[in-house]
Ligand binder design. Structure first.
Ligand code: HEM
Length: 74
Protein backbone atom coordinates (compact mmCIF):
# COMPACT_ATOMS: atom_id res chain seq x y z
CA UNK A 1 0.00 0.00 0.00
CA UNK A 2 3.04 2.27 0.14
CA UNK A 3 3.38 1.80 -3.63
CA UNK A 4 -0.20 1.56 -4.91
CA UNK A 5 -3.09 3.88 -4.11
CA UNK A 6 -6.66 2.83 -4.75
CA UNK A 7 -7.22 5.60 -7.30
CA UNK A 8 -4.15 7.68 -8.16
CA UNK A 9 -0.55 6.94 -9.04
CA UNK A 10 1.89 6.76 -6.13
CA UNK A 11 5.04 4.76 -6.90
CA UNK A 12 2.97 2.45 -9.11
CA UNK A 13 -0.37 2.96 -10.86
CA UNK A 14 -3.56 3.27 -8.80
CA UNK A 15 -5.72 0.16 -8.77
CA UNK A 16 -8.55 2.04 -10.51
CA UNK A 17 -6.10 3.08 -13.24
CA UNK A 18 -5.10 -0.55 -13.74
CA UNK A 19 -8.76 -1.63 -13.88
CA UNK A 20 -9.57 1.06 -16.47
CA UNK A 21 -6.61 0.12 -18.64
CA UNK A 22 -7.61 -3.55 -18.89
CA UNK A 23 -11.42 -3.15 -18.88
CA UNK A 24 -12.75 -5.63 -21.46
CA UNK A 25 -9.50 -7.61 -21.65
CA UNK A 26 -10.53 -11.13 -20.71
CA UNK A 27 -6.96 -12.31 -20.33
CA UNK A 28 -5.85 -9.52 -18.01
CA UNK A 29 -6.64 -11.35 -14.75
CA UNK A 30 -4.30 -14.24 -15.48
CA UNK A 31 -1.60 -11.98 -16.93
CA UNK A 32 -1.59 -9.58 -13.99
CA UNK A 33 -1.58 -12.45 -11.48
CA UNK A 34 1.66 -13.57 -13.11
CA UNK A 35 3.11 -10.07 -13.02
CA UNK A 36 2.31 -9.67 -9.32
CA UNK A 37 4.54 -12.67 -8.58
CA UNK A 38 7.17 -11.99 -11.25
CA UNK A 39 7.39 -8.20 -10.96
CA UNK A 40 7.03 -5.72 -13.81
CA UNK A 41 8.68 -2.78 -15.50
CA UNK A 42 8.00 -0.75 -18.65
CA UNK A 43 4.23 -1.02 -18.80
CA UNK A 44 3.52 2.18 -16.84
CA UNK A 45 6.90 3.81 -16.82
CA UNK A 46 10.47 3.14 -15.86
CA UNK A 47 9.95 2.34 -12.19
CA UNK A 48 10.37 -1.32 -11.33
CA UNK A 49 7.76 -3.27 -9.41
CA UNK A 50 9.70 -5.92 -7.46
CA UNK A 51 8.43 -9.49 -7.63
CA UNK A 52 6.11 -10.39 -4.77
CA UNK A 53 7.28 -13.90 -3.92
CA UNK A 54 5.45 -13.92 -0.59
CA UNK A 55 2.17 -14.01 -2.57
CA UNK A 56 0.96 -17.50 -3.55
CA UNK A 57 -0.46 -18.18 -7.02
CA UNK A 58 -3.98 -18.38 -5.58
CA UNK A 59 -3.50 -15.12 -3.68
CA UNK A 60 -2.13 -13.43 -6.81
CA UNK A 61 -5.22 -14.49 -8.77
CA UNK A 62 -7.50 -13.15 -6.01
CA UNK A 63 -5.56 -9.85 -5.86
CA UNK A 64 -5.61 -9.50 -9.63
CA UNK A 65 -9.37 -10.08 -9.84
CA UNK A 66 -9.97 -7.63 -6.98
CA UNK A 67 -7.81 -4.95 -8.62
CA UNK A 68 -9.61 -5.39 -11.96
CA UNK A 69 -13.01 -5.05 -10.25
CA UNK A 70 -12.24 -1.53 -8.98
CA UNK A 71 -14.45 1.33 -10.19
CA UNK A 72 -13.61 5.04 -10.22
CA UNK A 73 -15.02 6.94 -7.20
CA UNK A 74 -18.34 8.66 -7.97
C1 HEM B 1 1.14 -7.73 -3.39
C2 HEM B 1 1.51 -6.47 -3.66
C3 HEM B 1 1.31 -5.84 -5.03
C4 HEM B 1 0.32 -6.04 -5.95
C5 HEM B 1 -0.92 -6.92 -5.83
C6 HEM B 1 0.64 -5.21 -7.11
C7 HEM B 1 -0.10 -5.16 -8.28
C8 HEM B 1 0.31 -4.52 -9.45
C9 HEM B 1 -0.33 -4.64 -10.74
C10 HEM B 1 -1.57 -5.49 -11.05
C11 HEM B 1 0.36 -3.86 -11.62
C12 HEM B 1 0.05 -3.62 -13.11
C13 HEM B 1 1.00 -4.40 -14.03
C14 HEM B 1 0.65 -4.18 -15.52
O1 HEM B 1 -0.14 -3.29 -15.88
O2 HEM B 1 1.16 -4.95 -16.35
C15 HEM B 1 1.45 -3.25 -10.88
C16 HEM B 1 2.39 -2.39 -11.42
C17 HEM B 1 3.36 -1.73 -10.68
N1 HEM B 1 3.60 -1.85 -9.33
FE1 HEM B 1 2.71 -3.19 -8.10
N2 HEM B 1 1.80 -4.52 -6.86
C18 HEM B 1 2.24 -4.88 -5.61
C19 HEM B 1 3.37 -4.40 -4.96
C20 HEM B 1 4.15 -3.37 -5.40
C21 HEM B 1 5.23 -2.77 -4.64
C22 HEM B 1 5.67 -3.22 -3.24
C23 HEM B 1 5.73 -1.76 -5.41
C24 HEM B 1 6.82 -0.76 -5.10
C25 HEM B 1 7.96 -1.11 -4.46
C26 HEM B 1 4.98 -1.74 -6.65
C27 HEM B 1 5.18 -0.86 -7.70
C28 HEM B 1 4.64 -1.00 -8.97
C29 HEM B 1 5.09 -0.28 -10.14
C30 HEM B 1 6.19 0.77 -10.18
C31 HEM B 1 4.30 -0.73 -11.22
C32 HEM B 1 4.42 -0.35 -12.70
C33 HEM B 1 5.34 -1.40 -13.36
C34 HEM B 1 5.44 -1.26 -14.89
O3 HEM B 1 5.50 -0.14 -15.39
O4 HEM B 1 5.49 -2.31 -15.59
N3 HEM B 1 4.02 -2.72 -6.61
N4 HEM B 1 1.39 -3.67 -9.57
Amino acid sequence: MACHGLVHKQVGPGFVQIAERYRGDGEAAARLAGKIRDGSVGTWGRVIMPRQTQVSEAEARALSQWILSQQPPR
